[in-house]
Design a protein around this ligand. Structure first.
Ligand SMILES: Cc1cc2nc3c(=O)[nH]c(=O)nc-3n(C[C@H](O)[C@H](O)[C@H](O)COP(=O)(O)O)c2cc1C
Length: 310
């Protein structure tokens, strides 16, 4: 086939236009600014900063990372500098950069935590949207994850929407029985978009020492190992809602991006790939443009939901 000229890689969701669908995933790209010497931040669709809480957090004791056969286990424990420090120490430098799209990931252990963190972040300029991480234990409800219980999910999304001055993307937990149900609950509670998946609860044991590989014992699995499951969940979620879906899970190649878009994603996030290769996100943008030229895809966004099943 004859390659085409310049494919249109732009995507739109929740009133936000991105120059391409590649977004660096939360927790794998710091606060973005740390990558500025190795990645042209303005060439990415955008990036999601490390999960922010209202106060700084130190996270879990080491070891916190372990490489598995086809993925990675992490139990970082949501270590972060806190929303106030993000506004004063990171956001001003990001704002100076032209054409950079910043998403702020938010988490908490109570509904009030989410509310207060969002209220702090509302005061900063230069954030495109909030991504609400609901894969956190709700300490007021015996540690059940917000994202694993439809009622808790509904409450936290309504709270976020009530206080937020920006679009709210709800990042769903994959550790649920019905992702379609959770996607629908998020939509009905007012989410502007959903992103999925976060990491899968998992663990690894050292048979010699008989100890867990991760000090926290259980951890979150990410990377190539989760891709087929994440893809199925994006497909199920996309069929359950009308709001845009952002696909996440083991994405590292243009073909991965196309698969997630065909399953229903409007954009994608790239996480663990940045651990194997710190410039993976920018490389993927370049490779995606080449892929579209070679496959004569003129407008990438046309692929969203285009899976052929007959
Ligand atoms: C080390 C590490 C830290 C992470 N921290 C966060 C976080 O703070 N907030 C969040 O919503 N997701 C976090 N995630 C989940 C990723 O954003 C992503 O959803 C997940 O890793 C699946 O994508 P991947 O297979 O491309 O890595 C983290 C993942 C890793 C590997």
């Amino acid at each position: 086939m004859t390659p085409i000229g310049n494919p249109d890689l732009t995507v739109n969701f929740a009133g936000i236009e991105l120059k391409n669908p590649i977004i660096a995933a939360s927790g794998t790209f710091g606060y973005g600014i740390e990558f500025e010497d190795i990645v042209h931040l303005d060439r990415l669709g955008g990036f999601v900063v490390k999960g922010l809480s209202k106060e700084p957090m130190t996270g879990n004791p080491p070891p916190r990372l372990y490489e598995t056969a086809a993925g990675m286990l992490n139990a970082i424990g949501l270590q972060n500098i806190g929303a106030p420090a993000f506004l004063t120490e990171k956001l001003p430098a990001l704002r100076e950069k032209k054409n950079v799209v910043v998403f702020a990931n938010v988490f908490g252990y109570t509904r009030a935590d989410y509310e207060q963190t969002i209220e702090i972040l509302n005061q900063g300029e230069g954030i495109a949207a909030y991504e609400i991480n609901v894969s956190c234990p709700n300490t007021a409800h015996g540690g059940i994850q917000f994202g694993s219980d439809p009622h808790l999910l509904e409450e936290v999304v309504r709270t976020a929407k009530r206080v937020s001055t920006r679009p709210v993307i709800v990042k769903l937990s994959p550790n649920v029985t019905s992702i379609a149900q959770m996607a629908h609950v998020a939509q009905e509670a007012g989410a502007d978009a959903i992103s999925l998946v976060n990491t899968f609860l998992a663990m690894a044991i050292d048979p010699e020492t008989r100890r867990p590989r991760i000090a926290h014992v259980t951890a979150g699995l990410s990377g190539p190992a989760i891709k087929p499951i994440a893809l199925r969940m994006v497909y199920d979620a996309a069929h359950a809602v009308k709001i845009p879906v952002i696909g996440i899970g083991g994405i590292s190649t243009p073909a991965d991006v196309v698969e997630f878009m065909l399953a229903g994603a409007s954009a994608v996030q790239v996480g663990t790939a940045s651990y194997f290769d710190p410039v993976a996100t920018e490389t993927l943008v370049e490779e995606l443009a080449d892929y579209c030229r070679e496959h004569r895809i003129e407008r990438l966004s046309d692929l969203t939901g285009g899976l052929l099943t007959d």
